[in-house]
Ligand binder design. Structure first.
Ligand SMILES: [Zn+2]
Length: 85
């Protein structure tokens, strides 16, 4: 009987520790409330290159932000979206 209680307490402590470290990890990772931090990597949908959000060319198409490595890719993507309708 005592063994079950001790195991339960250990499980609760373990759960709380995991939850705490997980929360620390998450809050440490995403500083501030901006959805995209400047050094976060984003993918260019045209050439599939990864660029830092801070140095990417951002185009809002259909209310959605898209990140590109340069104006070449942004132009290609806009033409593609226009052709698709
Ligand atoms: Zn590109």
């Amino acid at each position: 009987m005592w063994r079950i209680i001790i195991i339960l307490i250990l499980l609760i402590v373990l759960f709380l520790m995991i939850r705490k470290s997980f929360r620390d990890f998450r809050s440490g990772k995403s500083a501030g409330h901006a959805p995209l931090s400047k050094d976060m990597m984003v993918q260019d949908p045209v050439c599939k290159l990864y660029i830092a959000a801070g140095s990417a060319v951002v185009e809002h198409i259909g209310g959605q932000p898209y990140h590109f490595c340069g104006h070449d890719c942004a132009g290609k993507f806009k033409r593609y979206m226009a052709e698709r309708g």
